[in-house]
Unconditional design. Structure first.
Lengths: 278, 280
C-alpha cells in the first residue's frame, strides 16, 4: 500500500509549515531506512563471507595470463579437426532430436497444465512435472541420465528433451490460459466434442506461438548441448572436457572458438526464422 | 417445440439469476426476451442449451428433456440448437469457411474434422448460406479481417449450417451500430420464416424487439413479468419490466454502464466471468 506522509515543522519565526514527502511503497519512512540498513549490512557480510581479497585476485590474474598463453595458438590440427567435426555433429543432432522429442512430449503436458482446459487433478499433476523439470539445471539432469544410460549423446538428448518439457510446457500452458474462451463456447454450443473444441477453438489461437517457441527452444538446446558434454553427455562439450583432462589447452581453445561460432549461428538462424513466421 | 418449466439458476456466489421461469415456444415465432441488465436474460438463453447449467427446472425440445441428458447425449442434442453470440465468438484465426463449417462439427468424426474433410454437401450448403447472408466471396478471408456486422453474419451462417430446430441469439446486436443491428434482426426474422424454426432473441433495445418480434417475454429479477405480443406492451407492462413495478424509480440505468465495462474487460478467471455473466 502506498501512503502519503505529511510532517509538520516549525520555521524560525514560529509559524508552522508542512512538508510534503513522496509516498513510499513501505509502511513508513522509518521502515524504509531500516530495510536499506539491513540490506547494506548483508552486502558487507557477503563480501566478508566469500573472502574477497585483492592479493588473491592479483595472484589469480598472473595464473590466468599464464594459462591463456599456454592456449595460444589454437590447435586445429588434422586429428583435432576430426574430433571437433565429430563433436559438433553429435551436438547438433542432440539439439534437433531433443527439440523434436521435447516439444512433442510438451504439448500434451502444456494442455494438461492449463487451468482453463484441464480438470484439477490433471492440472496439478502436469504442473508438478513442469516444476520438477524446471527446478534442476540441465547439468544436474545430465549427470542423472549419464548414470542411467551411460556416457554419450543419448544421455544428452534425454537431458535436453526433459529440460524442454519444463520450458516449453510452462510457457505454452500460460499462453493457453490466456486464450479467448468465447471462441471455444461456440464450438461447444454447436455440439463439438472435447477434441474438436481443442482442434477448432484452441489450436488456431495457439499455433503461431507453438511454432515460435519450438524454434526458440531449439536455439537454447543448441547452446545447452555444447555445455552438457562437460558431465559426459556427449557432443562437443565432452570433447572439450577430454582436451582439458589431457592438458591440451591449445586444442581446448580451438573447441571453445567453435562453440562460440555454433551458438552465434544458432541464434542468428533462430532469429531469422522467428521473424519470418510472425 | 421448446418447453421451459420452472427454470432456476443460482450462481455459486449466491446470486439468483433465474427464479423459476416457464414458457413455450413453437412454430416459427420470433420471441424477444427483454429486460434490464441483471434480469437474467443471458442466463436464461444459456440455460437452454446448458452452456450454463441450471440449478432447477426442466427444458425440453420436441419431447427430449435436455436437462436430463448425459454429456454425450447433450452434445447430440446441441446439434439441433443453434446459438448466436453477442461477441460473435468466431475463431478469429480460422477462415470464414472454416467458421461456417464448424456448425457441422457435431456430425463429423474428430479425425475428419482435423483434416477439414467436410462432406461435399456441407461445403455446398456453406457456400449457399454465405451468399444468402451477403458474404459470398469471403470464404477464404480470415475471421479477424472482417467488420463487426460481417462477423455476426458469419455467426448467423454458422448457426444456419446446423440445420437447427431452434435458434438462440444472445444479444446479437449489442456490439453493432443501429443500422447493422437492424440488418441482423431482419436476417434473423427471415431465417425463422424460411427455415420454419423459432428464434429466441435476448435483446435490451426495446425498439428493435417491438419492430421485429412476434412475441415479447419480459424478465425482471429472474422472473417472467410479461409475456405477449408487442401490441400488449403498454406503459404498465414496461414499468413492471424496467422499474420493478415501482414507478417512482428514475429512468436512468446505472447497471448498463457497468455492463459495458464488464464486456470489454477480458476478465481474469473463468469463474469470475461466469459470475459476471450471471449479474448482467
Amino acid at each position: 500500500m502506498v501512503r502519503a506522509i505529511t510532517n509538520r515543522f516549525r520555521s524560525d519565526d514560529g509559524s508552522e509549515y508542512v512538508v510534503w514527502r513522496r509516498p513510499t511503497a513501505f509502511p513508513s519512512h522509518r521502515v524504509k531506512y531500516l530495510t536499506y540498513a539491513i540490506l547494506a549490512a548483508f552486502v558487507l557480510w557477503s563480501a566478508w563471507a566469500i573472502r574477497i581479497s585483492p592479493e588473491r585476485f592479483l595472484q589469480g590474474t598472473g595464473a590466468t595470463v599464464e594459462f591463456l598463453a599456454s592456449m595460444w595458438p589454437p590447435d586445429f590440427g588434422q586429428r583435432e579437426r576430426e574430433l571437433i567435426r565429430e563433436g559438433v555433429g553429435e551436438t547438433l543432432a542432440m539439439a534437433v532430436i531433443a527439440t523434436i522429442v521435447g516439444v512433442i512430449a510438451s504439448v500434451p503436458v502444456a494442455f494438461a497444465a492449463a487451468a482453463n482446459l484441464a480438470p484439477r487433478p490433471v492440472y496439478y499433476l502436469a504442473r508438478g512435472l513442469i516444476m520438477i523439470s524446471r527446478s534442476f539445471h540441465s547439468l544436474i539432469i545430465g549427470i542423472i541420465f549419464v548414470v542411467a544410460v551411460g556416457f554419450g549423446p543419448f544421455a544428452g538428448a534425454l537431458t535436453l528433451s526433459f529440460a524442454t518439457i519444463g520450458f516449453y510446457g510452462k510457457i505454452l500452458a500460460e499462453d493457453l490460459e490466456n486464450i479467448d474462451m468465447n471462441q471455444l463456447r461456440a464450438i461447444e454450443a454447436a455440439g463439438g466434442n472435447r477434441l474438436q473444441v481443442i482442434l477448432y477453438g484452441v489450436v488456431p489461437q495457439a499455433l503461431p506461438r507453438m511454432i515460435g517457441l519450438a524454434i526458440y527452444r531449439w536455439d537454447i538446446n543448441v547452446r545447452s548441448s555444447t555445455i552438457i558434454g562437460i558431465v559426459g553427455a556427449g557432443g562437443i562439450g565432452f570433447t572439450l572436457l577430454n582436451a582439458f583432462d589431457r592438458y591440451q589447452y591449445d586444442f581446448a581453445l580451438a573447441i571453445l572458438l567453435v562453440i562460440v561460432a555454433i551458438v552465434l549461428l544458432g541464434e542468428v538462424a533462430s532469429a531469422m526464422i522467428r521473424r519470418r513466421i510472425r | 417445440m421448446l418447453r421451459v418449466r420452472e427454470l432456476a439458476k443460482t450462481y455459486p456466489g449466491g446470486e439468483e439469476a433465474l427464479t423459476g421461469v416457464s414458457f413455450d415456444v413453437t412454430g416459427n415465432e420470433v420471441v424477444a426476451i427483454i429486460g434490464p441488465s441483471g434480469a437474467g436474460k443471458s442466463t436464461l438463453i444459456e440455460s437452454i442449451n446448458r452452456l450454463t447449467e441450471p440449478t432447477r427446472g426442466t427444458v425440453s425440445l420436441d419431447g427430449t428433456e435436455l436437462t436430463d441428458l448425459s454429456k454425450r447425449e447433450l452434445r447430440r442434442a446441441r446439434r439441433d440448437i443453434a446459438m448466436i453470440f453477442q461477441e460473435y465468438n468466431l475463431v478469429e484465426r480460422l477462415t470464414v469457411m472454416e467458421n461456417v463449417l464448424s456448425g457441422r462439427l457435431g456430425y463429423l468424426s474428430t479425425w475428419k474434422a482435423f483434416r477439414r474433410k467436410f462432406p461435399k454437401e456441407d461445403v455446398e450448403f456453406a457456400r449457399e448460406t454465405l451468399d444468402r447472408v451477403g458474404l459470398g466471396g469471403h470464404e477464404r478471408d480470415r475471421a479477424d479481417e472482417l467488420s463487426g456486422g460481417q462477423r455476426q453474419r458469419v455467426g448467423i451462417a454458422r448457426a444456419v449450417l446446423q440445420r437447427p430446430k431452434i435458434m438462440l441469439a444472445d444479444e446479437p446486436t449489442s456490439s453493432l451500430d443501429p443500422e447493422t443491428s437492424r440488418a441482423v434482426m431482419e436476417l434473423l426474422t427471415e431465417i425463422a420464416r424460411d427455415e420454419d424454426i423459432p428464434v429466441l432473441i435476448n435483446i435490451h433495445e426495446v425498439d428493435l424487439a417491438l419492430e421485429y418480434a412476434d412475441r415479447l417475454i419480459g424478465l425482471a429479477d429472474g422472473a417472467v413479468v410479461f409475456d405477449g405480443p408487442p401490441v400488449e406492451l403498454d406503459a404498465s407492462a414496461r414499468d413492471r419490466i424496467y422499474r420493478d413495478g415501482d414507478p417512482s424509480e428514475s429512468d436512468s440505468d446505472p447497471d448498463r454502464a457497468a455492463e459495458a465495462t464488464d464486456e470489454t474487460d477480458n476478465g481474469p478467471s473463468l469463474e469470475k466471468r461466469e459470475i459476471q455473466r450471471g449479474l448482467n
